[in-house]
Write a protein that binds this ligand. Structure first.
Ligand SMILES: Cc1ncc(COP(=O)(O)O)c(C=O)c1O
Ligand SMILES: N[C@@H](CCCC[NH3+])C(=O)O
Length: 432
C-alpha cells in the first residue's frame, strides 16, 4: 500500500496516521472508522494555492463539498481560505451551521428546488451556477420576490468526453448537466440573464468529469471553451468576466493509475487560457476551479476490524470486514480499485491473496477485489487507503448499518468530527 500524507510505520509494525497508531484509533473509536489526515488536506490545498496562480489573471479555488463535507470540514476549508461549492440544501445547511461565509458559497445543481434556493438566498448566498432555462426564470422570480441580487455563472456543456468512468463523465453531448455550447438559442439564453435586474451574469462554468488523470482532457476543455467565449463575444456581444473550469483532478488509488502532475496541469491550464486570450484579443479577468476529490481522497483511510475469513469451494479467500458497500459503495458502483494493508502487520510479508468483502447481504458487497496481504486473523485491523472522497459522502444505511464515525488526526491528536450512528439514529425517523 502506498503511504500517503503523514502515514508511517511505527516500531511495533503498526500503521500510523498523523503520528497516531491506527490500531489505537480503532480501539478508541471503534470500527469501521473514517480517519482523515488533516495535515495532508492542508498540503493538498496548498498545492492548489501554489499551482493555480497567475500574474495576470485573478484566481479562486472552490472546494467541491460533495467529495466530503461535515461541519468540521467546512471550518477547515474556511480556515484555509477556500470558497465552497454546495449542490444541495443539505450541503448548504451544513455550511450554514458551520457559519461558512455565504458570499464564499457557490450554489450548484441541475435541479435546485424552490425550497433550496430560498434557503440559499435567505442565508445570503449570492453566487449561483445556473443549469437550465427553467432555473433562470426561477432564480429571477425568487430574487424579485425577496428583493435580492445574485451573481450568476451559466453552466455550459462543452461536449467533451473525458477519459474516465462513464458514470462520472459530465460533459458529453448527452450529459444531464448544463446547456450545450452548441445550443442554437445561446444568445437568447444569455440575454434572459443579462436582461434581469436581479441577476448579473459573470460568465460560464463547465466541468468535464471526475478522476481525470490526463492533462490533455483539461487542455482540450479550455480550447473548446475559449472558442465558445470568443464566439459569444462576436455573436451575442457578451464578454465573459469569469470562467469556472470545474474540478475533476484525478488522484492515485492504485498502481493502475498514471498520476496526474497537478502542478504542471494547473500551470498549463492557466497559460493556455492566457495564450488563447492573447491570440484572440479577449480578456478573462478571473478563473475559478472547484476540486473535491484531489483535496481529500488520499487524506482519508477507512479502518475495519477483520471478522471471519473464508476459503470458498471455488478457491477464493475472503476477508470479511465490519463495514463494506454501505461505507464505501465505489467498488460496487465504479469498479474502483483500492489499496489496503493490515494495520497491525505492516512489516509482515504479503503472502496471501484475498478478496475483502463487507457484511451486507449482497454478493457485490466487495471493498477490494484482489489484494495480497499477510495472513489475516480475526480482530486484525484492515486499513483501506484513499477513501477520503465520495465514501462518507456516499455512505448509506443499507441493511440498517450505522454510518461510521469520522475522526480528524493531526500531530498526535485526534478528534471526532462525526459521531458514529447509534441504533436509535437508525430508527429516528420511523413512525409506528
Ligand atoms: C460541477 C462539479 N464541480 C466539481 C466537482 C468535483 O469534482 P472532483 O471531486 O472530481 O474534483 C464535480 C464532481 O465531479 C462537479 O460535478
Ligand atoms: N461519486 C463519484 C464522483 C462524482 C463526482 C461528482 N460530479 C466518485 O465517487 O467517483
Amino acid at each position: 500500500m502506498n503511504l500517503h500524507g503523514t502515514m508511517s510505520i511505527n516500531e511495533m509494525g503498526n500503521l500510523e496516521i498523523g503520528n497516531i497508531d491506527t490500531v489505537n484509533l480503532a480501539k478508541k473509536y471503534g470500527t469501521p472508522l473514517y480517519v482523515f489526515d488533516v495535515k495532508n488536506i492542508k498540503n493538498n490545498i496548498n498545492n492548489f494555492k501554489v499551482g493555480f496562480k497567475h500574474p495576470k489573471i485573478e484566481t479562486e479555488i472552490i472546494y467541491a463539498s460533495k467529495a466530503f463535507l461535515t461541519i468540521g470540514m467546512c471550518k477547515l476549508i474556511e480556515e484555509q481560505g477556500l470558497s465552497l461549492d454546495v449542490v444541495s440544501g443539505g450541503e448548504l445547511y451544513t455550511a450554514k451551521k458551520a457559519n461558512f461565509p455565504p458570499n464564499k458559497i457557490y450554489f450548484h445543481g441541475n435541479n435546485k428546488t424552490i425550497e433550496e434556493l430560498i434557503l440559499a438566498l435567505n442565508y445570503g448566498v449570492n453566487k449561483i451556477i445556473i443549469d437550465n432555462e427553467y432555473e433562470i426564470e426561477l432564480v429571477n422570480y425568487l430574487c424579485t420576490e425577496l428583493d435580492q441580487n445574485v451573481e450568476v455563472l451559466l453552466r455550459v456543456n462543452p461536449g467533451i468526453e473525458a477519459h474516465t468512468h462513464e458514470y462520472i463523465q459530465t460533459a458529453n453531448n448527452d450529459s444531464k448537466f448544463g446547456i450545450s455550447i452548441f445550443n442554437e438559442n445561446i444568445c437568447d439564453i444569455i440575454s434572459s440573464i443579462t436582461d434581469s435586474y436581479h441577476m448579473t451574469l459573470k460568465g460560464f462554468h463547465y466541468h468535464i468529469g471526475s478522476q481525470i488523470l490526463d492533462e490533455v482532457s483539461f487542455i482540450k476543455g479550455i480550447e473548446v471553451m475559449m472558442n465558445f467565449v470568443k464566439k459569444i463575444k462576436l455573436t451575442c456581444s457578451y464578454e465573459t468576466k469569469e470562467l469556472n473550469l470545474g474540478g475533476g483532478f484525478g488522484v492515485y488509488y492504485s498502481k493502475e493509475d498514471s498520476e496526474l502532475d497537478l502542478n504542471s496541469c494547473l500551470k498549463n491550464m492557466l497559460s493556455e487560457v492566457n495564450k488563447i486570450s492573447k491570440e484572440n484579443n479577449i480578456t478573462i479577468p478571473k478563473l475559478l476551479i472547484e476540486p473535491g476529490r484531489s483535496i481529500v481522497a488520499n487524506s482519508g483511510t477507512t479502518l475495519y476490524k477483520v471478522g471471519a475469513t473464508k476459503d470458498t469451494f471455488g478457491g477464493k479467500s475472503f476477508i470479511f470486514v465490519d463495514g463494506g458497500m454501505a461505507d464505501n459503495p465505489r467498488t460496487a458502483l465504479y469498479d474502483a480499485i483500492y489499496e489496503g494493508a493490515i494495520a497491525n502487520k505492516m512489516t509482515n510479508e504479503n503472502t496471501n491473496e484475498y478478496t475483502i468483502a463487507g457484511k451486507c447481504c449482497e454478493s457485490g458487497d466487495i471493498v477490494i477485489k484482489t489484494i495480497t496481504l499477510p495472513k489475516a486473523d480475526k480482530n486484525d485491523i484492515l486499513a483501506v487507503a484513499s477513501t477520503g472522497a465520495y465514501n462518507y459522502s456516499m455512505a448509506s444505511n443499507y441493511n440498517r448499518l450505522r454510518k461510521p464515525a469520522v475522526v480528524f488526526v493531526e500531530n498526535g491528536k485526534s478528534k471526532v468530527v462525526v459521531k458514529r450512528e447509534t441504533y436509535d439514529d437508525i430508527i429516528r425517523n420511523d413512525t409506528l
